[in-house]
Design a protein around this ligand. Structure first.
Ligand SMILES: NC(=O)c1ccc[n+]([C@@H]2O[C@H](COP(=O)([O-])OP(=O)(O)OC[C@H]3O[C@@H](n4cnc5c(N)ncnc54)[C@H](O)[C@@H]3O)[C@@H](O)[C@H]2O)c1
Length: 322
């Protein structure tokens, strides 16, 4: 199978590219090394091992470049679209740019697939589409009409564009609602990565709210298993657009997360409490009923195990800096 993978130099994309290659597929990756969340050098570091692989082709470029997308998709059989501006908080200050990359960019991908005859598409959506007002645990049949940030709205808009695409042109699209993904190479601005680095360096950890906000955390290997299962599912020609939660089906409060990190890193955190931030939601929690029954998705790494693995990785990585 010849797969086009957008966002291949990102946290999830670089892990996924490796798995696709391990499974014998050919991968054409595209990424623009966007620096909104972290430096291009880190994207390049994640990409570097892939560049050695004979079945991996990398093209540096932006998904806003329609001609480039046409060239990339010409001989491909499937599209996995991960490229986006991620992150809730920065989206509040750069809403128009988020819409351009995440909404216009996603439409460009869908149109290129249509022109190239690609009918199997996986789209990276987000648990953030559920906002603050949906009943927990979140289920895919919730209308999800009140996303709490421009980022969340851009992901919901992407899903709607996928629905329209299937309605007009057919094809099978799995839209995957990832629940806070973590593991080696997690984006440095995300909670686990930034808290761990600060704890190890003896710097203050800033916690927002009361400490009772809760997240459903998902280890990267489980997410990759879910994406592969979803790609497989798109061989079902009658799928249309189908949304799937990929989470851990369990919540962890902010306070508890910090205590697990402290235990795994063997160090105490110096904590300073700050008010809640706009755009943040009190809880995310996945129902996995649909993804379990239709994708066979079962998360295997719980938060204690996953943080333990992450702690080993970040300790080794930062070994020279403290
Ligand atoms: N990490 C999570 O917890 C999480 C949760 C929900 C959804 N997601 C979604 O999963 C996807 C991957 O997230 P991630 O955590 O790996 O983020 P990431 O920022 O590490 O990866 C995204 C990659 O896309 C690239 N990119 C961005 N805009 C681009 C453009 N216009 N053209 C080409 N490349 C572009 C970036 O350079 C980056 O390498 C994103 O769509 C994100 O919204 C992630």
């Amino acid at each position: 199978m010849q797969v086009v993978l957008t966002g291949c130099a990102g946290f999830i994309g670089s892990h996924l590219a490796k798995r696709l290659l391990d499974l014998g597929m050919s991968v054409t990756g595209i990424d623009c090394f966007d620096e909104t969340l972290y430096p291009a050098a880190l994207h390049r570091e994640q990409l570097a091992p892939l560049l050695q692989h004979p079945r991996f082709r990398f093209v540096e470029g932006n998904i806003l470049d329609v001609d480039l997308l046409d060239a990339l998709t010409k001989d491909a059989s499937a599209m996995i679209h991960l490229a986006a501006l991620a992150g809730v908080r920065p989206s509040l200050h750069q809403a128009a740019r988020y819409m351009r990359y995440n909404v216009e960019g996603t439409q460009n991908i869908l149109s290129a697939c249509q022109r190239s005859g690609i009918s199997r598409i996986v789209f990276a959506s987000s648990s953030s589409v559920y906002g603050s007002h949906c009943a927990v645990p979140f289920r895919e049949d919730d209308p999800a009409v009140l996303p709490a940030s421009p980022y969340a709205a851009s992901k919901r808009a992407g899903e709607l564009l996928c629905a329209t695409h299937c309605d007009l042109y057919g094809g099978s699209i799995a839209a995957l609602r990832f629940f806070t993904v973590y593991g080696p190479h997690q984006r440095p601005e995300m909670a686990i990565a930034s808290f761990a680095a600060r704890i190890l360096r003896g710097e203050t950890v800033f916690l927002h709210g009361s400490g009772e906000s809760a997240r459903d955390y998902t280890y990267i290997d489980d997410i990759i298993d879910g994406i592969i299962a979803a790609l497989d599912k798109t061989s079902d020609r009658s799928l249309g657009l189908r949304c799937y939660n990929l989470g851990g089906e369990r919540t962890t409060t902010l306070r508890k997360l910090v205590s697990i990190l402290e235990a795994s890193l063997g160090r105490s955190a110096r904590i300073e409490w700050r008010p809640d931030q706009p755009g943040d939601v009190p809880v995310t929690w996945s129902s996995l009923q649909r993804s379990r029954s239709e994708l066979g998705y079962v998360p295997k790494v719980d938060i204690e195990q996953g943080i333990h693995r992450y702690a080993d990785w970040i300790r080794a990585r930062l070994a020279n800096t403290f």
